[in-house]
Design a protein around this ligand. Structure first.
Ligand code: HEC
Ligand code: HEC
Ligand code: HEC
Ligand code: HEC
Ligand code: HEC
Ligand code: HEC
Length: 395
């Protein structure tokens, strides 16, 4: 009796683990085109099992290579072909790398989600959109770090003041003890605070702090770290690049080819928003603006965030393609940003520091093969290949 109970538990837990696994696989491979309860690029997968006559083996074949299935002579090829035409011949990616077991775990996740949705629909409640959860996290990333720096530097200044007060009182103590026999602590503190030495040290500290603050301020003229303007459409990198894992290059098409990364044109948005016309957060309000821009042929007027002065030359392809540097090294965790903000200060010091420290991969790049032979060192920084020469960055 006990034993069978235990067996049930084990089976249940294993089932849960199985479904969890399926969820992760679904998120990684399918979520860019599918949701369970709602049409995305492909159909809503709720009830897919019923549409396929409960035949998971056929579904697996379809998922592994949908085009072969549609054009082949399988049990449900006619249905698949009809569906393909209904979806304007949008080709579903082939998943030959996924094993049958992995696809079955995805399918059991889809099944359990469908059932959960069905029982949720039975209870009277609005929405029922499920899928993408819209966490309402304000984009406060820009101001956070600055506030912290202020708090920490103020803290450091007060600690410095306390330490110097203590040191001074220790220096002054013997003199006072000989002058007045028994001064109270309050009197002693006052005499310390009002002494010339103490005032001198304090004004020196204030002066040093003011100067460094002014220099810092002057240096950062034209720099906009943390800059986060309001954009014409509530476009979220967190949704697109984070949740749906759309590659940065899919939208920023220039990034491996040229100087500019480029901001995507409405066409690129329409690849998906031709089908996805309703969002889970704003309904048709925000996506409607894309459709309007497309119909009227008017580009969306995005507000530029990063902007180097005109006298500086910066090339994305050189850094991303040749240098192999990840976007996040310079732009921060964009895939987590609801709204993008400027992560690095883009100062000359920032460029130079990285060029001093970063080693160039000479072996992986045929461009440097000749240079490599001429150099004696094993490791070469960007500085060594001329990355600190004024004319490389200035016109
Ligand atoms: C690039 C987008 C894309 C990706 C990624 C994708 N699909 Fe699809 N899927 C589609 C489209 C589009 C269709 C509609 C049929 C067609 O056009 O071939 C479809 C159809 C289906 C169907 C049939 C649905 C029905 O209603 O009968 C199933 C099941 C399915 N996909 C499962 C998956 C699974 C599982 C994954 C992940 C391993 C996946 N798809 C990944 C685009 C995609
Ligand atoms: C679905 C399309 C899309 C994807 C995918 C995407 N972006 Fe963007 N990106 C945009 C749009 C649209 C803007 C302009 C609006 C804005 O600033 O939010 C933008 C703006 C930016 C900006 C600020 C540009 C400026 O004005 O200075 C950076 C930096 C950026 N993206 C980096 C990334 C990175 C890194 C990734 C990948 C992790 C990524 N993007 C993925 C569409 C996309
Ligand atoms: C590869 C497909 C794809 C591309 C390209 C794409 N999107 Fe999206 N977008 C999605 C998906 C998926 C969602 C999530 C839908 C949801 O919220 O349920 C979404 C959601 C949105 C939303 C949120 C709507 C809401 O109410 O929650 C906006 C706004 C949006 N996209 C704007 C854009 C803009 C602007 C572009 C072009 C720069 C773009 N998208 C390009 C797939 C795409
Ligand atoms: C070595 C640092 C660095 C890396 C790596 C980098 N960027 Fe940039 N990015 C910059 C700088 C600097 C600017 C400002 C350029 C200017 O004003 O001319 C910028 C500007 C942008 C812009 C807005 C202006 C434009 O060029 O169209 C976008 C979008 C962008 N980057 C996206 C990306 C994406 C996506 C990646 C990764 C594929 C990436 N960046 C990798 C430093 C970097
Ligand atoms: C995160 C590190 C990093 C940052 C930040 C960075 N760079 Fe670079 N840069 C590199 C690397 C790595 C290379 C070498 C790429 C290669 O050719 O292999 C490079 C190469 C260059 C080159 C070509 C140098 C040569 O001798 O051919 C120029 C020009 C340049 N960067 C300009 C800039 C400017 C301007 C900025 C600041 C706005 C900047 N870089 C910020 C890493 C960086
Ligand atoms: C790796 C790239 C890089 C190199 C090398 C470089 N600069 Fe700069 N420089 C910049 C950037 C980026 C800015 C803009 C910073 C800003 O917006 O304030 C800048 C700004 C300046 C300015 C404007 C004042 C300021 O500080 O804002 C002067 C002057 C200048 N550089 C001189 C030089 C000289 C002289 C050299 C050679 C010894 C040199 N730069 C080498 C990237 C570089």
């Amino acid at each position: 009796m006990k034993l069978t109970m235990r067996r049930y538990w084990i089976v249940a837990i294993l089932g849960l683990v199985w479904a969890q696994d399926g969820k992760a696989l679904f998120q990684a491979n399918c979520a860019s085109c599918h949701a369970v309860n709602r049409r995305v690029v492909g159909p809503a997968l709720k009830g897919a099992h019923e549409r396929w006559g409960g035949d998971e083996a056929e579904m697996v074949k379809f998922i592994q290579n949908s085009q072969a299935y549609i054009n082949g002579n399988f049990k449900n090829s006619a249905y698949a072909k009809k569906l393909y035409e209904e979806y304007n011949k949008a080709v579903m990616t082939a998943f030959t790398a996924l094993s049958e077991a992995e696809i079955k775990s995805i399918l059991s996740y889809i099944k359990s989600e469908s059932q959960a949705a069905a029982s949720a629909a039975a209870t009277p409640a609005g929405g029922g959109s499920g899928g993408a959860s819209a966490s309402a996290e304000g984009g406060s990333g820009g101001t956070g770090p600055i506030l912290w720096i202020l708090v920490i530097s103020l803290g450091a200044i007060s600690i410095a003041l306390i330490i110097s007060t203590m040191a001074l009182s220790r220096i002054l103590r013997p003199v006072e003890e000989s002058a007045a026999p028994k001064p109270s602590t309050a009197e002693r503190l006052w005499s310390v605070v009002s002494s010339r030495k103490f005032l001198g040290v304090v004004s020196l500290l204030v002066l040093v702090w003011l100067t460094s603050a002014t220099v810092k301020k002057a240096r950062s003229i034209g720099l906009h770290k943390g800059y986060q303007p309001v954009q014409p459409i509530a476009f979220s990198h967190k949704t697109h690049a984070g949740e749906y894992k759309i590659a940065c290059q899919y939208c920023h098409i220039g990034v491996e080819k040229g100087k500019s990364a480029t901001i995507p044109s409405t066409n690129i948005c329409m690849n998906c928003h031709n089908y996805i016309q309703e969002g889970s957060k704003y309904g048709t309000k925000e996506i409607g603006k894309i459709l309007a821009s497309w119909q009227e042929g008017k580009p969306i007027e995005w507000v530029r965030i990063h902007n180097l002065p005109d006298f500086v030359y910066f090339n994305h392809a050189q850094h991303v393609k040749v240098g192999g540097i990840a976007c996040q090294t310079c732009h921060g965790p964009v895939q987590e940003m609801e709204e993008v903000y400027q992560y690095s200060d883009l100062s000359m010091g920032w460029c130079i520091n990285c060029h001093r420290q970063t080693k160039v991969d000479l072996t992986a790049n045929p461009y440097y093969a000749r240079l490599h032979d001429q150099l004696k060192e094993k490791e070469v920084t960007v500085e060594r290949i001329g990355g600190l020469e004024c004319s490389k960055c200035h016109y």
